[in-house]
Design a protein around this ligand. Structure first.
Ligand code: MGD
Ligand code: MGD
Ligand code: SF4
Ligand code: MO
Length: 697
């Protein structure tokens, strides 16, 4: 039997068709959206049944025997485990006040309904501290789009004549978008790739700008310098639909390509060519990605990139960057329940806390501050749902200390992870194929598609919605969580749209809330205070941030540890997302491990030769925060002077965790983002081929 759903094994959220045999998931296949072209395979999806039926899946709740980090758990019933957790909620509320309890969400359960439920539970309980990890993911970019033109755009690569891929590697992270790029290329679209790594797409681009990590904002300013200086901007659009053009024009004066080139590792003529190609080949879209995130200037740099779209009149054009048409679902987060005096632990980042009605709080690093330094107050109890922060948050050594310091911790996860080992109770979550939910990717823009349950929950695992609802009721929130099924809750949330779960099931290709429409600004303006694209933002000015990006005319080095007294520093880059894995996930699946058995440190051949480093040598990389040991891979995809360090392996091998190296002290002033992507580091050869450390736990 075939069934339709959304895959949520990673955040690409691909629509898939699943083959069910005797109640079991046999195989799954991505639906292909284009008229023709080459399809990209996803190894994770191909291994979906190995993931879902992995013998390492948790089958029952676990309660720790004694205290401390480790694997010493006993099996427990849901009744006992939820009873214990609910008692702890009440205990900490009584002793320290409800805000002393926090809920931390990683990305895996999705940012649609599961995030709404967790946030609703916390708000109804009286704590503002439901915290997501968006400060290191795309939410940090989303606020920059939002402050520029009111929403995060969706690039229309399929119909573009010029595509700029800016810090994105869709081939590995979002196959549908990669297919659209390849399709447009076959129809003659030009391609510009901006990346410190020569990715396979960069290798075939018309222009490849191998930028110095974290320096994207200066490049965007230099491109605008060229576009404005040469009169290549869309004068009608700028005149009618933007504010602050003269301020922007003034700000870009300090960033002539000749001035910016050296600091960004680029050639002035290449910057100019890229700017001219983009500005003169419309419609053009910019696919911005996680290469801009996890950087100290994520907000201003992304805002500068966003301005390129407006300057060239590519906003909300077919083949340009589409302003989404969100689906008007009910906001169920109950934020109104919190008194105005109820300050969240992220209160240092008010713009990021408030910019969106349902994103909620994402200044993730503040959680560690609150546990370690009790600032602005102490967090004593933490629920971690669908995340592995012990590995994925910046400065892992500090995070591990913080998790050990908690009085009580819960992990909700299909597997026992590094983070789970810090927990007192571990609740077995069902996989994405075992539950029905409203997926955020499909409510932020029409059409809506349902992530539908296609198999029964494995063993005694529960879907996230059920865990949250039952826990809420144990805490005494029966009125707020009256729903007995996912369908009931979703129908309630969908009510303002006139859609129901049943209707979505009958229309697996999706239902539109309204008619597809481009150039909506002509009738409605943009969702900013001025109704226009804000090159100059008064809101930012009032909040004490630069109203125009980089208007101070300065050029710094926004990479952590750049002021280290050591000589011989290298630029470290947190590495590639390889296709078999999602962050720290799926390393327990033999078929995927076989495909990609090891993580490496990529060293440029010139650097390798100069240092006597050979393929397979054991390298030790160090920063003031810690060290990583992995084998060398000699590769000219990296720029000389930089190292790319494999991402994700820290979940099974502590010495392989890039976040041992990253810093959480310096942060973007608007989004709190640390530079988890780039850092200055030292490298040392510590052994010949084959001597790097093996797996530990
Ligand atoms: N240095 C560095 N740091 C990074 C990154 C980087 O590239 N470099 N990437 C950053 C980014 S973009 C992100 S999004 C974060 C990711 O950070 P995390 O969200 O912490 O990453 P994962 O390792 O994917 O952890 C997800 C966990 O959820 C579990 N899980 C899977 N499905 C479900 C489910 O349906 N329900 C529940 N309850 N649990 C589930 C998985 O088993 C896994 O343990 O890491 C960030 N940190
Ligand atoms: N297979 C797989 N797919 C995934 C995930 C996964 O872990 N594995 N994670 C999911 C998640 S949560 C996310 S957020 C997305 C992210 O997906 P993407 O946005 O594609 O992010 P990355 O692949 O981490 O990085 C994109 C590119 O940015 C480049 N880059 C690094 N530093 C810089 C820089 O300073 N400037 C510029 N311009 N580029 C830079 C990298 O070399 C890389 O080629 O992927 C999702 N999909
Ligand atoms: S890229 Fe693969 S794992 Fe990610 S959602 Fe799509 S099919 Fe699933
Ligand atoms: Mo992410």
């Amino acid at each position: 039997m075939k069934k339709h759903t959304i895959c949520r094994l990673c955040s690409a959220c691909c629509p898939v068709e699943v083959e069910i045999q005797e109640g079991r998931l046999a195989r799954a296949e991505r639906k292909y959206a284009l008229p023709s072209g080459k399809r990209v395979q996803c190894p994770k999806l191909m291994a979906a049944s190995d993931i879902v039926y992995s013998p390492e899946r948790l089958k029952t709740p676990l309660i720790k025997k004694g205290n401390g980090f480790g694997d010493h758990f006993r099996e427990a019933s849901w009744d006992e485990a939820l009873g214990l957790i609910a008692d702890q909620f009440h205990h900490f509320k009584k002793k320290h006040g409800a805000p002393a309890v926090a809920w931390l969400r990683g990305m895996a359960a999705d940012w649609g309904a599961p995030w709404d439920y967790a946030t609703r539970l916390m708000h109804a309980f009286g704590s503002p501290n439901a915290i997501g990890n968006g400060s290191v993911c795309h939410v940090a970019r989303e606020i920059a789009h939002n402050y520029t033109y009111g929403a995060m755009t969706l690039p229309q690569a399929k119909d573009a004549r010029c595509i700029v891929v800016w810090g994105k590697n869709d081939r590995n992270t979002a196959p549908g978008t990669h297919e659209a790029i390849v399709y447009a290329r076959e129809k003659g679209a030009k391609l510009i790739v901006i990346d410190p790594i020569r990715t396979p797409l960069a290798a075939v681009a018309d222009i490849f700008l191998q930028i110095k990590p974290a320096h994207d904002g200066y490049l965007a300013m230099a491109m605008m310098h060229e576009i404005i200086g040469s009169g290549l901007y869309d004068k009608e659009f700028v005149e009618e639909f933007t504010v602050g053009f003269d301020d922007l024009k003034g700000a870009v004066q300090a960033y002539a390509p000749e001035k910016v080139a050296e600091a960004t590792w680029l050639e002035p003529h290449a910057i100019k060519e890229a700017a001219r190609l983009y500005a003169t080949t419309g419609p053009a879209c910019i696919i911005d990605g996680n290469g801009l995130d996890m950087q100290l200037q994520v907000f201003q740099a992304t805002r500068a990139v966003c301005m390129l779209r407006a300057l060239t009149g590519n906003l909300d054009r077919q083949g340009g960057d589409f302003i989404p048409q969100p689906v008007p679902v009910r906001n169920i987060q109950l934020k109104e329940r919190l008194g105005s005096h109820c300050e969240p632990i992220t209160s240092q980042y008010p713009l990021f806390n408030e910019f969106h009605s349902t994103w909620g709080l994402h200044a993730q690093s503040c959680l560690i501050d609150a546990i370690m330094e009790e600032k602005p107050y102490a967090i004593k109890m933490l629920v971690v749902q669908s995340g592995n922060p012990a590995v994925t948050m910046a400065d892992s050594n500090r995070v591990r200390k913080a998790l050990s310091k908690l009085d009580f911790m819960v992990s909700i996860d299909p597997f026992l992870t590094e983070t789970g080992r810090f927990a007192h109770v571990v609740l077995p979550a069902s996989s994405c194929f075992e539950r029905t939910q409203l997926n955020r990717a499909y409510i932020r823009n029409s059409p809506v598609m349902l992530q539908d349950q296609v198999i029964e929950p494995l063993a005694d695992s529960w879907p996230d919605w059920k865990i949250t609802f039952e826990l809420a009721r144990r805490i005494g929130l029966e009125d707020e969580f009256p729903w007995q099924s996912a369908e009931e809750a979703i129908d309630w949330q969908l009510e303002p749209t006139g859609m129901t779960v049943q209707m979505l099931r009958e229309n697996p290709a999706g239902l539109r809330a309204d008619k597809l429409q481009f150039e909506k600004h002509r009738s409605k303006g943009f969702a900013t205070p001025s109704g226009k694209v804000e090159f100059y933002s008064k809101r930012l000015q009032d909040a004490g941030h630069p109203p125009v990006p980089y208007m101070d005319g300065k050029m710094g080095n926004p990479i952590s540890f750049c002021d280290s007294p050591h000589e011989d520093l290298w630029v470290g880059i947190s590495g590639e997302r390889t296709t078999p894995y999602t962050h720290t996930q799926f390393f327990q699946v033999p078929s995927l491990l076989k495909r990609d058995p090891e993580g490496f440190i990529d060293v440029h051949p010139l650097d390798a030769q100069a240092r006597g480093i050979s393929q397979g040598d054991a390298l030790k990389v160090e920063t003031p925060r810690g060290m990583v040991r992995l084998k060398a891979r000699i590769s000219d995809v990296v720029h000389p002077g930089s190292l790319r360090i494999a991402w994700g392996w820290g979940g099974i091998q502590r010495e392989a965790n890039v976040n041992n190296l990253t810093d959480d002290d310096l942060r973007d002033p608007v989004t709190s983002t640390p530079s988890s992507r780039s850092f200055m580091c030292r490298v040392e050869k510590v052994g010949k081929e084959g001597e790097a450390s093996g797996k530990d736990s």
